[in-house]
Write a protein that binds this ligand. Structure first.
Ligand code: 5AD
Ligand code: FES
Length: 354
């Protein structure tokens, strides 16, 4: 038994490690240690979710953004991005197609676009909920005020995704313009939880300047916040951004962080992200085998897909929703899993006693 394996055993037993212990694992794990972690992570996923993989239909409804995050392809100072917005009718049409393909969660994701005022957003949310009362609506629209989040919730939105990007305040400032602060990011997450959203945070692996200590802080941050979902994907450079010449995060470290997350928050909803599928052809399958239990294929109209490029070489930008749905079904089957036709709520919110 290596020192790393004993740490993994300890994490399995206590669902938490100290910052030093997480750091040591992240710095020193071998491929053999990683496999040891993934086997445990997969067993824990199966204990809570069986062989079911939840799907979310992602609707990228605007690529306008008032922010200027240094890593992001749709940052406002990227003048090479052709901007688009979807109308309410176009969004509802995506939901209709998605519903027929057995999606029961719709994720509305966009840049921070002032065009979508609280009134416009709540109208879109309540229209989706009225047409599809058995579906969950997830929002991923960035930082807003408490009142705005509350209005979305009252209009029927169920969940909200806002990655914290990095729990380390200094690192956060290196990735964002001065107009954004780690304090406000964390305030948003606390507001979302207190309003009653199923809340998701998350971070990129291998982002510029990131250290093993930073990733250890991310683990302690999620332990403290107790989100319902955690989105983790590799950083991938995007053309025409300050980080365009940086290296991508690696498959190995991203998978390892997924495994650590499954052991730290055993029942969490954990997507195998599109970014993971972008850095390796079998990235999403490997993500599931490292403990993930959600996939989020794209429902956006193919005509706009190539415009929502947060990073380069994004997969599935030419594929119809039905193609991705079938593709993922096969991919999940190939690793002994199957896609569930269900809202796929966090297990605590399904009423299960833990
Ligand atoms: N590489 C990987 N992920 C990125 N995101 C934004 N830009 C990139 C990039 N270059 C992620 C951020 C954001 C989510 C919607 O996409 O973590 O929260
Ligand atoms: Fe989109 Fe495979 S998931 S083509």
């Amino acid at each position: 038994m290596t020192a790393m394996k004993s740490l993994i055993d300890k994490l399995e037993k206590n669902s938490v490690l100290s910052a030093e212990e997480y750091t040591q694992l992240i710095k020193s794990f071998t491929e053999d240690d990683a496999q040891y972690l993934f086997d445990k992570a997969k067993k824990i996923r199966e204990k809570y979710y069986g062989h079911d993989i939840y799907i979310r239909g992602l609707i990228e409804f605007t690529n306008y953004c008032k922010n200027d995050c240094l890593y992001c392809g749709i940052r406002c100072s990227n003048k090479n991005t052709e901007r688009y917005r979807l109308s309410k009718e176009e969004i509802l049409d995506c939901c209709k197609k998605g519903y027929a393909l057995s999606f029961r969660t719709f994720v509305l994701q966009g840049g921070e676009d002032p065009y979508y005022t609280t009134d416009r957003m709540t109208d879109i949310i309540s229209s989706i909920k009225k047409l599809f009362p058995d579906c969950a609506v997830t929002l991923s629209l960035g930082e807003k005020s408490y009142e705005e989040y509350k209005a979305y919730f009252d209009a029927g939105a169920d969940r909200y995704l806002l990655r914290h990007e990095t729990a380390d305040n200094e690192h956060y400032r290196m990735l964002h313009p001065e107009t954004m602060s780690p304090e406000n990011r964390k305030r948003c997450l606390k507001d979302l939880k207190s309003i009653g959203f199923q809340t998701g945070c998350g971070f990129m692996v291998g982002s510029p300047y990131q250290t093993a200590e930073n990733l250890a802080e991310d683990m302690l941050f999620i332990k403290e916040l107790r989100p319902d979902m955690v989105g983790i994907g590799p950083f991938i450079p995007a053309k025409n951004t300050p980080f365009e010449v940086r290296k991508s995060g690696t498959l190995g470290l991203t998978l390892f962080m997924l495994g650590l997350t499954r052991l730290t928050l055993p029942d969490v909803l954990l997507p195998a992200t599109t970014a993971l599928g972008t850095i390796h052809p079998l990235g999403r399958e490997k993500g599931i085998l490292a403990g993930a239990n959600v996939v989020m294929p794209n429902l956006s109209p193919v005509s706009v897909r190539k415009k929502y490029l947060l990073y380069d070489n994004k997969i599935c930008t030419g594929d119809e929703a039905a193609e991705c749905r079938n593709c993922l079904q096969m991919r999940m089957k190939s690793i002994g899993c199957s896609i569930a036709v269900s809202r796929g709520d966090h297990i605590v919110k399904q009423g299960a006693k833990l």
